[in-house]
Structure formats: structure tokens, C-alpha cells
Design a protein around this ligand. Structure first.
Ligand code: PLP
Length: 222
């Protein structure tokens, strides 16, 4: 099957209120164009250098989502065009995004990334770190970012009970943040969870954004 057929199959299984980000890391621009020509506009990358190399030649109405560990000294390169930064994993990163966005009078949509997996290596905040951000006096001065919700990566496992626990954890973090800091604010609405191996379960548990690479593009050459 072609990649646009893979995407169509996926779309048919996914409720229309759930956004599908095609995670195009390691994929060349001609492959991305195939999905673009089939009408898809939401793409995700996890490395700044790679994103810049693709963003410039590709059509500029693509909505790029950044979803990797973002170093503060690289923030300014993506701020002019990025649609959403899904991987805010520290207050200092959020402050840097705000600073660079302010310079060009943009308001950049962001998600807070939480550490929900059992693996040590995955980046992300825990609950206390998030509270520190919201309670910091500096937080209220950030006028050039828009926090839209949360993101998390579950453990790489087929065990549905582990996935359920981790997805439930992220959903409850979202609900607690919403209640305490965004009550009545419709902009804070996104739960980004679910990848090729676990998107069905993530959607059942409340995901609003899934990030799918392998299932659309095939296995990546690492
Ligand atoms: C690579 C990646 C994905 C997609 O993974 P697949 O298993 O190929 O669907 C999703 N989210 C993030 C943050 C990624 O880095």
C-alpha cells in the first residue's frame, strides 16, 4: 500500500476530532510531498536541523509540530514558522520560546511534555515541576506563548494494562492542570498521546492528538 493509502486507512479508524500528526522524521521531502498532495498538512519532526532542511523547500502551509528535546539555543530558528511545540520540558525552555516569539510578535502554541513512561531516557516534566511553572511569578509575564495542553510518550510495550495506567496518568494530569490553572479556558484542550503501536488505546483514553510515523511511512532506517 502507498503511504497516502496508509494515512487514509488510519483516518478511517480515527474519530474526526482527533488530529493525526504524520511524524516525518528521517523521511525525505518527496515522500512528505506525497502526503501533502493527498491533502495532509500536519507533520511532526523531532530535530531542529532536520526540520529546517525540510521546511524551507516544502510548501509553507504545512503545519509543523515540534516533538523532540529542544535545546534553548536552537529555539529561535523554528519560532518564525512552527505551528506547535509539543515538547516543553522545562520552565527555562518555555521562557526562551516566549522571548523569541515576542521578538517577532508571535504567540506560539505549546504543550507541556510529561514523563509518563517507565523508561528513564524519555524527557518530560513531573507534576511538581509543572506546579512550579504555574506558581512562578514569572509565569504570568509570558505573553507570547499559548499553553494548549499536554503531551506524553508511553512505555514501548504491548501490555495494555501498562499503557492504560500511563495514559490515565497523563489524562489526569491534564484534568488537574485544567481545573487549577485553565478553568473555563477553551484553549487548554489538547492531550497528545498515542503513536503507531498504541494510538487505539490512547484514543479510547481521551487523546486529542496522535503522532504517527511508522504506521504511515513504514519502518524508519535508523
Ligand atoms: C518518532 C516519534 C513518534 C512516532 O513514532 P511511531 O512509533 O513511528 O509512530 C511520535 N512521537 C514522538 C515524540 C516521536 O519522536
Amino acid at each position: 500500500m502507498s503511504i497516502s493509502e496508509n494515512l487514509r486507512n488510519l483516518q478511517q479508524q480515527v474519530p474526526s476530532n482527533v488530529k493525526i500528526i504524520a511524524v516525518s522524521k528521517t523521511q525525505p521531502v518527496d515522500i512528505i510531498m506525497e502526503l501533502y498532495n493527498a491533502g495532509h498538512r500536519l507533520f511532526g519532526e523531532n530535530k531542529v536541523q532536520e526540520l529546517l532542511l525540510k521546511q524551507s523547500p516544502l510548501p509553507h502551509d504545512i503545519e509543523w509540530h515540534f516533538m523532540g528535546h529542544l535545546q534553548r539555543n536552537k529555539v529561535r530558528y523554528i519560532i518564525p514558522f512552527i505551528s506547535m511545540i509539543q515538547s516543553i520540558d522545562s520552565f527555562r525552555l518555555l521562557q526562551e520560546v516566549n522571548k523569541e516569539a515576542q521578538k517577532i510578535s508571535r504567540i506560539v502554541p505549546c504543550l507541556l511534555q510529561f514523563h509518563i513512561a517507565s523508561e528513564e531516557t524519555k524527557y518530560g516534566l513531573d507534576w511538581n515541576e509543572a506546579v512550579e511553572i504555574f506558581e512562578s511569578p514569572d509565569y504570568t509575564t509570558l505573553q507570547s506563548i499559548q499553553l494548549c495542553g499536554v503531551m506524553g510518550m508511553a512505555t514501548l510495550t504491548n501490555d495494555p494494562s501498562i499503557l492504560a495506567t500511563e495514559f490515565r496518568n497523563l489524562t489526569s494530569i491534564f484534568a488537574r492542570i485544567k481545573e487549577n490553572y485553565f478553568y473555563g479556558d477553551p484553549a487548554f484542550s489538547e492531550i497528545s498521546m498515542g503513536m503507531s503501536g498504541d494510538y487505539q488505546q490512547a484514543i479510547k483514553m481521551g487523546s486529542t492528538i496522535i503522532r504517527v510515523g511508522t504506521l504511515i511511512f513504514g519502518e524508519r532506517n535508523q
